[in-house]
Design a protein around this ligand. Structure first.
Ligand code: GUN
Length: 302
Protein backbone atom coordinates (compact mmCIF):
# COMPACT_ATOMS: atom_id res chain seq x y z
CA UNK A 1 0.00 0.00 0.00
CA UNK A 2 1.43 3.37 -0.98
CA UNK A 3 -1.50 5.68 -0.15
CA UNK A 4 -1.89 7.35 3.23
CA UNK A 5 -5.21 6.28 4.73
CA UNK A 6 -7.51 9.16 5.75
CA UNK A 7 -9.59 7.65 8.53
CA UNK A 8 -12.89 9.30 9.37
CA UNK A 9 -13.01 7.31 12.59
CA UNK A 10 -9.83 9.06 13.86
CA UNK A 11 -10.70 12.56 12.60
CA UNK A 12 -14.16 12.21 14.19
CA UNK A 13 -12.56 11.72 17.63
CA UNK A 14 -10.38 14.85 17.17
CA UNK A 15 -13.37 17.00 16.21
CA UNK A 16 -15.70 15.59 18.90
CA UNK A 17 -13.06 16.40 21.54
CA UNK A 18 -12.92 20.00 20.25
CA UNK A 19 -16.73 20.26 20.34
CA UNK A 20 -16.92 18.77 23.85
CA UNK A 21 -14.42 21.33 25.16
CA UNK A 22 -16.37 24.22 23.59
CA UNK A 23 -19.68 22.94 24.97
CA UNK A 24 -18.21 22.79 28.48
CA UNK A 25 -16.79 26.31 28.19
CA UNK A 26 -20.10 27.80 26.93
CA UNK A 27 -22.06 25.94 29.60
CA UNK A 28 -19.76 27.32 32.32
CA UNK A 29 -19.71 30.88 31.02
CA UNK A 30 -23.25 31.26 29.64
CA UNK A 31 -25.29 28.50 31.31
CA UNK A 32 -26.59 27.05 28.02
CA UNK A 33 -25.91 23.94 25.92
CA UNK A 34 -26.66 23.20 22.25
CA UNK A 35 -30.09 21.61 21.72
CA UNK A 36 -30.81 19.15 18.91
CA UNK A 37 -34.10 17.53 17.97
CA UNK A 38 -34.28 14.62 15.54
CA UNK A 39 -37.71 13.94 14.09
CA UNK A 40 -38.25 10.41 12.81
CA UNK A 41 -41.48 9.50 11.03
CA UNK A 42 -42.04 5.73 10.88
CA UNK A 43 -39.59 2.92 11.61
CA UNK A 44 -37.38 2.57 8.51
CA UNK A 45 -34.57 0.40 9.99
CA UNK A 46 -31.71 2.39 8.41
CA UNK A 47 -33.28 5.67 9.60
CA UNK A 48 -33.77 4.30 13.14
CA UNK A 49 -30.09 3.37 13.32
CA UNK A 50 -28.93 6.77 11.91
CA UNK A 51 -31.15 8.71 14.33
CA UNK A 52 -30.00 6.59 17.29
CA UNK A 53 -26.36 7.27 16.39
CA UNK A 54 -27.06 11.02 16.11
CA UNK A 55 -28.81 11.17 19.47
CA UNK A 56 -26.15 9.09 21.22
CA UNK A 57 -23.40 11.32 19.86
CA UNK A 58 -25.30 14.45 20.96
CA UNK A 59 -25.73 12.96 24.45
CA UNK A 60 -22.02 12.10 24.69
CA UNK A 61 -21.19 15.76 23.99
CA UNK A 62 -23.45 17.12 26.72
CA UNK A 63 -26.07 18.50 24.30
CA UNK A 64 -29.73 18.81 25.18
CA UNK A 65 -31.23 16.21 22.83
CA UNK A 66 -34.77 15.24 21.94
CA UNK A 67 -35.67 12.21 19.86
CA UNK A 68 -39.16 12.78 18.55
CA UNK A 69 -40.44 9.53 17.00
CA UNK A 70 -43.74 9.75 15.18
CA UNK A 71 -46.02 7.07 13.65
CA UNK A 72 -45.70 6.35 9.90
CA UNK A 73 -49.19 7.74 9.24
CA UNK A 74 -48.45 11.19 10.70
CA UNK A 75 -50.11 13.70 8.40
CA UNK A 76 -48.11 16.37 6.58
CA UNK A 77 -50.11 19.02 8.45
CA UNK A 78 -49.19 17.52 11.84
CA UNK A 79 -45.53 17.22 10.84
CA UNK A 80 -45.49 20.90 9.81
CA UNK A 81 -47.08 21.83 13.16
CA UNK A 82 -44.41 19.81 14.99
CA UNK A 83 -41.64 21.62 13.13
CA UNK A 84 -43.24 24.95 13.99
CA UNK A 85 -43.25 23.95 17.67
CA UNK A 86 -39.47 23.34 17.56
CA UNK A 87 -38.88 26.49 15.49
CA UNK A 88 -40.28 28.42 18.49
CA UNK A 89 -38.51 26.38 21.19
CA UNK A 90 -35.59 28.41 22.61
CA UNK A 91 -33.84 25.33 23.99
CA UNK A 92 -33.56 23.82 20.47
CA UNK A 93 -30.84 25.14 18.13
CA UNK A 94 -30.89 22.38 15.54
CA UNK A 95 -33.84 20.60 13.89
CA UNK A 96 -33.27 17.48 11.82
CA UNK A 97 -36.07 15.69 10.00
CA UNK A 98 -34.72 12.27 9.06
CA UNK A 99 -35.12 11.42 5.37
CA UNK A 100 -36.66 9.66 3.55
CA UNK A 101 -40.16 10.62 4.68
CA UNK A 102 -43.14 8.26 4.13
CA UNK A 103 -44.82 8.40 0.71
CA UNK A 104 -47.46 11.10 0.47
CA UNK A 105 -45.50 13.62 2.55
CA UNK A 106 -44.04 16.48 0.51
CA UNK A 107 -40.37 16.42 1.49
CA UNK A 108 -39.64 19.82 -0.04
CA UNK A 109 -42.48 21.48 1.86
CA UNK A 110 -41.31 19.88 5.12
CA UNK A 111 -37.66 20.91 4.72
CA UNK A 112 -38.70 24.44 3.75
CA UNK A 113 -40.73 24.72 6.99
CA UNK A 114 -37.60 24.43 9.17
CA UNK A 115 -36.32 27.80 10.42
CA UNK A 116 -33.19 28.35 8.24
CA UNK A 117 -31.35 29.43 11.42
CA UNK A 118 -32.02 25.97 12.95
CA UNK A 119 -31.48 23.99 9.72
CA UNK A 120 -28.36 22.07 10.83
CA UNK A 121 -28.62 19.73 7.80
CA UNK A 122 -28.13 22.77 5.55
CA UNK A 123 -30.88 21.58 3.17
CA UNK A 124 -33.15 24.69 3.29
CA UNK A 125 -32.94 26.82 0.09
CA UNK A 126 -31.79 29.79 2.20
CA UNK A 127 -28.77 27.80 3.41
CA UNK A 128 -28.11 26.44 -0.09
CA UNK A 129 -28.03 30.08 -1.23
CA UNK A 130 -25.76 31.10 1.64
CA UNK A 131 -23.36 28.29 0.67
CA UNK A 132 -23.33 29.50 -2.93
CA UNK A 133 -22.37 33.03 -1.84
CA UNK A 134 -19.65 31.61 0.44
CA UNK A 135 -17.43 33.25 3.05
CA UNK A 136 -19.12 34.65 6.14
CA UNK A 137 -22.57 34.12 4.56
CA UNK A 138 -22.29 30.37 5.19
CA UNK A 139 -24.10 29.27 8.31
CA UNK A 140 -24.69 25.53 7.96
CA UNK A 141 -22.58 23.74 5.34
CA UNK A 142 -24.30 20.39 4.59
CA UNK A 143 -22.78 17.70 6.81
CA UNK A 144 -21.27 15.19 4.36
CA UNK A 145 -19.53 17.83 2.17
CA UNK A 146 -18.35 19.66 5.31
CA UNK A 147 -16.90 16.35 6.55
CA UNK A 148 -15.13 15.76 3.24
CA UNK A 149 -13.53 19.22 3.31
CA UNK A 150 -12.46 18.73 6.93
CA UNK A 151 -10.78 15.40 6.03
CA UNK A 152 -8.88 16.95 3.13
CA UNK A 153 -7.67 19.84 5.33
CA UNK A 154 -6.72 17.68 8.33
CA UNK A 155 -4.81 15.24 6.08
CA UNK A 156 -2.72 18.24 4.95
CA UNK A 157 -3.67 17.97 1.26
CA UNK A 158 -3.05 21.17 -0.74
CA UNK A 159 -6.29 22.53 -2.21
CA UNK A 160 -5.10 25.94 -3.40
CA UNK A 161 -5.09 25.77 -7.20
CA UNK A 162 -5.65 22.00 -7.13
CA UNK A 163 -7.66 20.25 -9.83
CA UNK A 164 -10.70 18.84 -8.05
CA UNK A 165 -12.98 16.44 -9.92
CA UNK A 166 -16.33 15.57 -8.34
CA UNK A 167 -18.11 12.47 -9.64
CA UNK A 168 -21.86 12.90 -9.05
CA UNK A 169 -24.19 15.90 -8.95
CA UNK A 170 -26.57 15.20 -6.06
CA UNK A 171 -27.98 18.05 -3.99
CA UNK A 172 -26.62 16.45 -0.79
CA UNK A 173 -23.00 15.77 -1.86
CA UNK A 174 -21.89 16.51 -5.45
CA UNK A 175 -23.25 20.02 -6.00
CA UNK A 176 -22.42 21.39 -2.53
CA UNK A 177 -18.88 19.95 -2.29
CA UNK A 178 -18.08 21.31 -5.76
CA UNK A 179 -19.34 24.70 -4.67
CA UNK A 180 -17.36 24.62 -1.43
CA UNK A 181 -14.08 23.66 -3.11
CA UNK A 182 -14.26 26.55 -5.56
CA UNK A 183 -14.79 29.26 -2.94
CA UNK A 184 -11.87 31.45 -1.93
CA UNK A 185 -10.18 30.53 1.34
CA UNK A 186 -8.68 27.72 3.39
CA UNK A 187 -9.36 24.16 2.25
CA UNK A 188 -10.70 25.42 -1.07
CA UNK A 189 -9.66 27.80 -3.91
CA UNK A 190 -9.56 24.84 -6.29
CA UNK A 191 -10.37 24.43 -9.98
CA UNK A 192 -13.48 22.27 -9.97
CA UNK A 193 -15.04 19.96 -12.54
CA UNK A 194 -18.28 18.03 -11.94
CA UNK A 195 -18.77 14.87 -13.98
CA UNK A 196 -22.00 12.86 -14.11
CA UNK A 197 -23.98 10.23 -16.01
CA UNK A 198 -23.98 12.25 -19.24
CA UNK A 199 -20.23 12.97 -19.20
CA UNK A 200 -18.61 11.61 -22.36
CA UNK A 201 -15.26 10.46 -21.01
CA UNK A 202 -15.29 10.00 -17.24
CA UNK A 203 -11.83 8.44 -17.15
CA UNK A 204 -10.03 11.35 -18.82
CA UNK A 205 -11.52 13.86 -16.34
CA UNK A 206 -10.71 11.69 -13.33
CA UNK A 207 -7.11 11.25 -14.51
CA UNK A 208 -6.57 15.03 -14.26
CA UNK A 209 -7.68 15.18 -10.63
CA UNK A 210 -5.31 16.09 -7.82
CA UNK A 211 -8.33 15.53 -5.56
CA UNK A 212 -10.96 13.05 -6.76
CA UNK A 213 -14.27 13.07 -4.86
CA UNK A 214 -16.56 10.21 -5.82
CA UNK A 215 -20.24 10.24 -4.84
CA UNK A 216 -21.93 8.24 -7.59
CA UNK A 217 -23.48 5.32 -5.69
CA UNK A 218 -21.97 2.76 -8.10
CA UNK A 219 -19.72 0.09 -6.52
CA UNK A 220 -16.16 0.04 -7.93
CA UNK A 221 -17.01 2.66 -10.58
CA UNK A 222 -13.56 4.27 -10.40
CA UNK A 223 -10.83 2.03 -11.78
CA UNK A 224 -7.19 2.30 -10.69
CA UNK A 225 -6.10 3.50 -14.15
CA UNK A 226 -8.43 6.53 -13.73
CA UNK A 227 -6.35 7.78 -10.79
CA UNK A 228 -3.45 10.20 -11.15
CA UNK A 229 -0.46 8.85 -9.20
CA UNK A 230 -0.29 10.57 -5.80
CA UNK A 231 -3.86 11.97 -5.99
CA UNK A 232 -6.13 12.31 -2.97
CA UNK A 233 -9.15 10.03 -3.43
CA UNK A 234 -12.28 10.62 -1.32
CA UNK A 235 -14.81 7.80 -1.66
CA UNK A 236 -18.31 8.82 -0.54
CA UNK A 237 -19.98 5.63 -1.81
CA UNK A 238 -21.66 3.30 0.68
CA UNK A 239 -23.01 0.44 -1.42
CA UNK A 240 -24.57 -2.64 0.19
CA UNK A 241 -23.27 -5.52 -1.93
CA UNK A 242 -24.29 -8.46 0.26
CA UNK A 243 -24.49 -9.74 3.83
CA UNK A 244 -22.11 -11.51 6.19
CA UNK A 245 -22.16 -12.73 9.78
CA UNK A 246 -20.30 -10.36 12.09
CA UNK A 247 -17.42 -12.03 13.96
CA UNK A 248 -18.06 -9.70 16.92
CA UNK A 249 -21.82 -10.05 17.37
CA UNK A 250 -22.73 -13.17 15.38
CA UNK A 251 -25.46 -11.10 13.68
CA UNK A 252 -25.97 -10.55 9.95
CA UNK A 253 -24.44 -7.27 8.76
CA UNK A 254 -24.25 -5.62 5.35
CA UNK A 255 -21.09 -5.92 3.27
CA UNK A 256 -20.25 -2.36 2.22
CA UNK A 257 -18.29 -1.29 -0.84
CA UNK A 258 -17.29 2.16 -1.99
CA UNK A 259 -17.45 3.72 -5.46
CA UNK A 260 -13.68 3.22 -5.88
CA UNK A 261 -11.87 -0.08 -6.37
CA UNK A 262 -10.01 0.44 -3.07
CA UNK A 263 -7.54 -2.47 -3.19
CA UNK A 264 -6.13 -1.41 -6.54
CA UNK A 265 -6.52 2.36 -6.02
CA UNK A 266 -4.52 2.41 -2.78
CA UNK A 267 -1.40 1.37 -4.73
CA UNK A 268 -1.63 4.47 -6.96
CA UNK A 269 -3.24 7.24 -4.88
CA UNK A 270 -1.30 9.42 -2.42
CA UNK A 271 -4.22 9.57 0.02
CA UNK A 272 -7.40 7.51 0.14
CA UNK A 273 -10.46 7.10 2.38
CA UNK A 274 -11.63 3.58 3.28
CA UNK A 275 -15.23 2.29 3.15
CA UNK A 276 -16.46 1.84 5.83
CA UNK A 277 -14.64 4.13 8.29
CA UNK A 278 -13.89 6.98 5.88
CA UNK A 279 -16.41 9.70 5.02
CA UNK A 280 -19.30 7.93 6.83
CA UNK A 281 -18.39 8.84 10.43
CA UNK A 282 -17.83 12.47 9.43
CA UNK A 283 -21.49 13.22 8.62
CA UNK A 284 -22.79 12.91 12.19
CA UNK A 285 -19.70 14.71 13.49
CA UNK A 286 -20.39 17.74 11.29
CA UNK A 287 -24.06 17.69 12.35
CA UNK A 288 -22.84 18.16 15.92
CA UNK A 289 -20.53 20.96 14.77
CA UNK A 290 -23.42 22.71 13.01
CA UNK A 291 -25.62 22.41 16.12
CA UNK A 292 -22.91 23.97 18.28
CA UNK A 293 -22.40 26.63 15.63
CA UNK A 294 -26.15 27.44 15.68
CA UNK A 295 -25.97 28.13 19.43
CA UNK A 296 -22.81 30.24 18.93
CA UNK A 297 -24.57 32.32 16.25
CA UNK A 298 -27.47 32.87 18.63
CA UNK A 299 -25.09 33.99 21.39
CA UNK A 300 -23.19 36.23 18.96
CA UNK A 301 -19.89 34.34 19.50
CA UNK A 302 -19.65 32.47 16.15
N1 GUN B 1 -31.06 10.50 5.63
C1 GUN B 1 -29.85 10.02 5.23
N2 GUN B 1 -28.88 10.94 5.42
C2 GUN B 1 -29.48 12.03 5.97
C3 GUN B 1 -29.00 13.29 6.40
O1 GUN B 1 -27.80 13.63 6.31
N3 GUN B 1 -29.95 14.14 6.91
C4 GUN B 1 -31.26 13.80 7.00
N4 GUN B 1 -32.09 14.71 7.50
N5 GUN B 1 -31.73 12.64 6.60
C5 GUN B 1 -30.84 11.76 6.09
Amino acid sequence: MTAKLIKGTDIREEILAEIRAEVEKIKKERGVVPGLVTILVGMNPASVSYVTAKIETAKSLGFHEVQDSQPPDLSEKDLLALIEKYNKDDTIHGILVQLPLPKGVNEKKVLNAIDPDKDVDGFHPVNVGRLMIGGSEVKFPPCTPAGIQEMIVRAGVETNGAEVVVVGRSNIVGKPIANMMLQKGKGANSTVTIVHTATKDLASHCRRADILIVAAGVPDLVKPQWIKPGACVIDVGVNRVGEKVSEKTGKKVAILKGDVDFDAAKEIAGYITPVPGGVGPMTITMLMKNTLSSLKHKLGIA
